[in-house]
Every structure is written in structure tokens, then in C-alpha cells.
Design a protein around this ligand. Structure first.
Ligand code: ZN
Length: 202
């Protein structure tokens, strides 16, 4: 399965040179929209987090100071991935973001899916050397990524059930649906507590 699920992340192309600062509210709004409000690297839905989304410079500022406010170099990211990636840039140049062994793949490109994959359990694995490098740097293998994924799945399920209940007040299986709703809510609450305790909700 893809890291981003059904979302195809693509940056709008008319924004380079448009912002005086990458942290401008408009820039942040565009990124939020283009990245569907999920972390580009781990796919975590930002609406589930306590902290605000961060803006990662895909090519770190040290290597490309001129790209600091360049929209095409920005990645909507959670704090955990942003910190893990930090200033690592093994290719040491701006032309290539990765080689055959290590580096980073821009989450707003098709290539991203060639290096990383999500298992049915929600875990993220690297399927190439580069993918495994990214997993290691952003600690995608030891963070509670799969619980976060399950929380998102549960959340969507709850929304679906709530909509059915709203639409069909005479539904004969209403009690069963309602039980399902309560059950999923309880699971969700439990999973969220686990996430808060493990700091993934940052
Ligand atoms: Zn992330």
C-alpha cells in the first residue's frame, strides 16, 4: 500500500518566488492543501496531532540557502520526521537528492512510492536501499506509526457510521451500528492515549 493512501501529493507550480518567507501564512496554507494535511514523509494526519505541522526544507538550508523560500523545496512535515531528517543530505549536492545507496526522495514525486511502502498493519518499510536509509533516519521503524495509522482508519470508520446513523434513523440495525460506533470510539480513545504516551502525537 502507498504511504499516502489515496492522496497524490503534488505541489502547485506557480508559487516559486511568491513568498518573502517560507513561513508566511499563505505559503503554509498552500502546503497544507497540496499535502492534504498529512505529513509528506510518514503520512500522519495532522488533525490528530497536538502540535502544529512543520515546514521541512527538502534540500537543507545549509546546502541550498537560495532555496530557503522556494515553494518547490518545501515539505509539509510532522515534527518527528522533520527532526529525524534534520540536516542530513548524504549526496552533498543540490542536483541529486539520492544515489543508489542513500539520500531522500521528495514525497511530492512519483518516485517516493518506489522506495517506501506501507504494510497492511500500517507499518512503513523501505523497499530499496534509499527507502531503508529514510526509514532509519526518520526512525519510521521504531515510532508508533502503525498505531497512528489505525487511529486514522478508526476515525474514518466512525465518520462513516455516524453518517449512516444520521441518514437512516429508521435503520433496523441501528442498535448494532451504534454498538459498533461505541466500540470503535473506545478503541480510538485507547490508541490515542498510547500515542500521547509515546510522543507520536507531535
Ligand atoms: Zn511524519
Amino acid at each position: 500500500m502507498r504511504i499516502h493512501g489515496e492522496y497524490i501529493i503534488k505541489r502547485r507550480t506557480d508559487c516559486n518566488g511568491k513568498f518573502s518567507k517560507y513561513s508566511d501564512q499563505l505559503c503554509r496554507n498552500y502546503l497544507k492543501e497540496d499535502f492534504f494535511n498529512i505529513c509528506g514523509y510518514c503520512g500522519k494526519p495532522m488533525e490528530l496531532l497536538k502540535a502544529r505541522a512543520q515546514i521541512d526544507h527538502f534540500i537543507p538550508k545549509d546546502f541550498a540557502p537560495s532555496k530557503e523560500n522556494d515553494y518547490s523545496n518545501l515539505v509539509y512535515s510532522c515534527q518527528k520526521c522533520n527532526r529525524g531528517k534534520w540536516h542530513h543530505w548524504p549526496t552533498q549536492c543540490v542536483e541529486y537528492s539520492y544515489n543508489e545507496k542513500e539520500g531522500f526522495v521528495d514525497p511530492a514525486t512519483k518516485e517516493f512510492d518506489l522506495h517506501l511502502e506501507r504494510l497492511d498493519s500500517g507499518e512503513i518499510i523501505g523497499i530499496t536501499e534509499v527507502g531503508r536509509y529514510m526509514v532509519e533516519k526518520m526512525r519510521l521503524d521504531i515510532r508508533p506509526i502503525s498505531i497512528m495509522w489505525k487511529v486514522d482508519v478508526l476515525n474514518r470508520k466512525l465518520e462513516k457510521i455516524a453518517n449512516i446513523i444520521k441518514r437512516l434513523p429508521e435503520e433496523p440495525n441501528l442498535i448494532e451500528l451504534y454498538r459498533g460506533y461505541i466500540d470503535a470510539s473506545e478503541q480510538l480513545k485507547h490508541s490515542l492515549n498510547v500515542l500521547y504516551n509515546q510522543n507520536e502525537s507531535m
